[in-house]
Design a protein around this ligand. Structure first.
Ligand code: SF4
Length: 193
């Protein structure tokens, strides 16, 4: 598929990334095929994924697979899951050591083409605020958007980011694990079978 090769070859953020503390080069992590049935929209690769070249090869990925109730083989089967973050490259760190936001130029340049290449998606998982704003619009924050998950299910599920930074959020909102996740796993089973 042309768009996959085009994204892999993209170096639009070269100067931007060279100016960060890690001074890294762009390494687009592209993980989708036209036939995928489930689309995961994430934020941007972290440093570990920048190294591995595979999405979600980090503790966030372990938590996400746990939420979905799928093993690694299933998760990395591109006939089943497409993983399209809001930026395809690791953006670097801010002064506090947190990941920088996804560069908006990435979604502006690639998102429509990448989405157009996916013709078979039946379930979208919107992970975090950037993905939710792009796909759902509106100004609601992540908590309000995820709390209103029934407005979007069963074809779209908004999720918080599975980062360790959200462990306190998960404890504070037990309905996420008690109500949303069972509904999501049920829908996932239907779509994948
Ligand atoms: S983040 Fe996106 S736009 Fe920037 S270099 Fe990577 S693929 Fe290109």
């Amino acid at each position: 598929m042309g768009v996959i090769e085009d994204i892999r070859a993209c170096r639009l953020c070269e100067a931007r990334f060279a100016a960060t503390a890690t001074a890294h080069a762009p390494r687009p992590v592209v993980w989708f095929r036209a036939s995928a049935r489930v689309l995961i929209v994430g934020q941007a690769p972290g440093a570990r994924v920048h190294e591995s070249g595979r999405p979600f090869t980090d503790p966030s990925g372990d938590r996400l697979r746990d939420w979905l109730g799928v093993d690694g083989d299933t998760f990395y089967d591109r006939e089943r899951f497409a993983i399209l973050p809001m930026a395809f490259c690791f953006p670097g760190y801010d002064s506090k050591g947190s990941d920088l936001p996804p560069p908006p130029i990435c979604a502006r340049t690639w998102r429509d083409q990448a989405m157009a290449a996916l013709g078979n998606v039946r379930l979208k998982l919107l992970v975090g605020g950037y993905a939710q704003k792009w796909h759902l619009g509106g100004k609601a924050g992540v908590t309000a958007t995820v709390a209103a998950w029934r407005d979007h299910a069963p074809d779209v599920f908004p999720l918080p980011h599975p980062s360790w930074r959200n462990t306190a959020w998960l404890k504070k909102h037990p309905w996420f694990e008690d109500e949303l996740l069972p509904a999501l796993r049920g829908r996932l089973k239907e779509v994948l079978e």
